[in-house]
Structures are given as C-alpha cells and as structure tokens.
Design a protein around this ligand. Structure first.
Ligand code: FNR
Length: 185
C-alpha cells in the first residue's frame, strides 16, 4: 500500500525557489510514496464566523479534505519579515478549525525553510514549528532543514546542482520516512 505525502509550499510565486527545492526534495522519497501538492493560493481568508452553521467556503472544505486524505505533510516555506508568509499561516488556521476538528492532528510533518539570504529562513522555520507543536503534529527534529543562500545551489532552471545539498536533503527525507513509519497505525 502506498503512503501519500502532501506538499504545501508557502510561496505563490511562479519562479519560487522554495517550490523548486520542495519538489526536488519530495522526489527523493522512496518507492511507494506518492506526493500530492496541496494548493493554498485560492483559500478564502479564515474567519471564525464561518465555522458556525456550516458556512465554510468551498475552498476551505476542499483544502480540509485534501489534508485529511494524506498520511503526512511536507511544509516548505520562504521567510517573510522573519516569519511565515500570510498565505501559509492562513492555510494552517483554516485546517485547524472548527475547534476539535483539526485536520492536522497527529499527522507527521517536516519543515523546510528556504531563503536567498544567509539566515536561511530561521524565523519562518521556528514560527512554523511552534504552530505545529500546538497542532499536535509530530515533526522531524533532526535534521533541521534550513536552506540559505539558495541561489548558490540552483541553476538557471532551478535544479539543485550541489551534490552535498542533495545528500543532505536525502537524509532529511529518510528521517521523515522513519517518522511516518513510527506513527503508522
Ligand atoms: C522577503 N524576503 C525575506 N527573506 C528572508 O530571508 N527573510 C525575510 O524576513 C524576508 N522578508 C521578506 C518579506 C517579503 C514580503 C518578501 C516578498 C520577501 C526575501 C525572500 O526570501 C525572497 O523573495 C524569496 O525568493 C521568496 O521565496 P520564493 O518565492 O523564491 O520561494
């Protein structure tokens, strides 16, 4: 039986470095793992009023069903103003409600932060990690994935050229697979 891994990218930019790294990292998962990209760009903004009386917008319903359908999640985020982009925080909030019906609960996850800068999205990585702790998601502890100076490891087609980086990302996917196996029923 295959395992489905959701891929959620915190950048909507067409030429996103984060998306490029995320897709190439997910491709390192072993046979039997299917990757499903979960789009967050069309999600209506979270509004607690819409949790009442089943007023949830269709975009929320689809997103919640998409997350529910996967066994684990890869979060890949750029850093905006030392935190996660609003679009990603919105997706996390939408998935977390209505109260008591969070689709994130107990889903294994891994965080990748990506930046052209030297600090490697540290702030975004940690803010996201804190949210996932609150949401009761087991998250890969080691290796932590901070990919800084990302333009140095990508070619003009956004392919990762550094063998060392690919080896490191492979070790991150191996740790993620171990975590998923541990939390399988
Ligand atoms: C940024 N950028 C940025 N980079 C960083 O390392 N730390 C930061 O706090 C910020 N803040 C920030 C705010 C906003 C609003 C924008 C648009 C950008 C730069 C950011 O890392 C760069 O644009 C990346 O290319 C964004 O990731 P994608 O879209 O390439 O995946």
């Amino acid at each position: 039986m295959s395992t489905t891994v959701g891929l959620i990218v915190g950048s909507l930019r067409k030429g996103s470095f984060t998306k490029a790294v995320a897709e190439q990292t997910a491709a390192l998962l072993p046979e039997g793992y299917v990757v499903k990209q979960i789009n967050i760009g069309d999600l209506d903004l979270y509004n607690q009023d819409l949790d009442d009386e089943n007023r949830a917008p269709e975009s929320w319903k689809k997103f919640r069903a998409d997350v529910q359908s996967v066994d684990a999640v890869i979060f890949a985020t750029p850093e905006y103003n030392r935190s996660v982009p609003g679009v990603l925080k919105n997706a996390i909030d939408v998935g977390s409600r209505p109260y008591g019906a969070s689709v994130w609960d107990k889903k294994p996850a891994i965080i990748l932060s990506v930046s052209p800068g030297a600090i490697s999205g540290f702030g975004a990585n940690h803010h996201l990690r804190q949210s996932l702790v609150f949401l009761n998601m087991p998250v890969v502890q080691q290796p932590e994935v901070y990919l800084g100076n990302v333009t140095n490891i990508l070619d003009d087609n956004l392919k990762i050229t550094s063998e060392g980086t690919l080896k490191f990302l492979q070790s991150a996917m191996d740790a993620f697979v171990d975590l998923i196996q541990r939390f399988k029923d």
